[in-house]
Design a protein around this ligand. Sequence first.
Ligand code: CMC
Length: 434
Amino acid sequence: MSDRLKLLTPATLTLENKSYSLPTYMGVEGEKAIDITKLRSQTGYVTLDDGYGNTGACESAITYIDGEKGILRYRGYPIEELAEHSRFTEVAYLLLYGELPNSEQLLGFSSRLNESSIVHEDVHHFLSGFPRGSHPMGILATMVASLSTFYPVPDQLDEATEIQIVANLVSQVRTIAAFSYKKSIGEPLVYPSIKYRYTSNFLNMMFASPVRDYQPDADIDSAIDMLLILHADHEQNCSTSSVRTAGSSLANVYAVITAGIAALWGPRHGGANQEVIKMLEQIHAEGGDGTEFINQAKDKNSGNRLMGFGHRVYKNFDPRAVVLKQHCDKLLNKPGLNDPLLDIARRLEEIALKDDYFISRKLYPNVDFYSGLILRAAGIPTDMFTVLFAIGRMPGWLAHWREMIHGEHVTIYRPRQIYTGEILRHYQDINQRA
Ligand code: CMC
């Protein structure tokens, strides 16, 4: 246990007429926890917590969330301040190394990212093997896993190698993402360039071609950079927990990050931004005001949910959605950028926020409700949205991986279960089976 945890009065658990004393702790922001690490050995019971909604799987000093109050802080800094004043590379450094960098540290980090941005030339053979129309998240996951073969990781990691691995992943995820887009549209790859900062470098690789220079737009560049900041970490979410789970077996770090990418892809996690746009397009095509879609979302049998609404942790508002909505209005009100989907999104939000179904379940717009509109304004195709989320989340995943491997000891993640299958039965010859 870290010395930042305060020991509280133990809890008493009574089971089958026997009492057990369980240690309780309080974190630095007042979150309280019952320590059940010895529960099974002392009582024979395990806890049952479907989806881990009440389980603190680890201690962490990276990100703090208070879902009731709508608070999100990276290393103590409010997300609103970082979104307003910082750039993504600075936030990445903060998450990874614990402090905001001074000028020299930031310059060193940025230069390393620049130098690490070129993926091994042979990686291109993989790219040419993917069929046309492959989802870029599939390409990204495969390519990131393949980096383990191009940049072998020694069994004993020294500090210099670890710093280089982190730089490779933060920088090359962006190069691979842009390459996967170029591959999908059949255009030649554009290489990273020392001329650009992190985000504009990505936009240049996406949109420049031998016959067309990329025309930088400061508003789009800063909106995408801010979006990456807002996605950079979110404590023990599904993909980060997957990274920690895979990492706890001490697997190769490129494979560990691939586990995070795979988990992020799902429509209830990072894939939601793509689903939001599909939903808005559907409403636009049908010409309604969204009421019909909302009715379907309320009907469990329809299989539809109001995408971009609800969050496991935020039960009042998602602070990232608030920042993004302000930016969205500013960007989408620019001359020439009038997106009819924005009006539909605003209308949906208005209807849902007055509807008792959503109010009683504390369902509010999350970060993905507006992120897709910003990405559309930047010209990013819909199936690249989740890839952008992955670029943003990379420093967070790596910060958690580092925190875990540098912890006092790495405990392999291995939850228990309550078995509900067949009880003991014996093998039957195939001719005797029903
Ligand atoms: N539309 C309609 N009903 C919903 C929605 C929704 N978007 N979200 C939750 N509900 C209902 C759900 O049916 C359940 O109703 P009941 O109590 O009657 O059974 C209740 O609200 C609680 O839902 P839950 O699935 O138990 O809640 P959860 O905390 O496990 O799920 C969630 C959180 C994000 C998976 C869910 O709200 C959802 O599927 N939202 C839509 C997908 C989405 O926008 N995901 C992006 C999350 S933010 C980006 C990120 O960090 O990954």
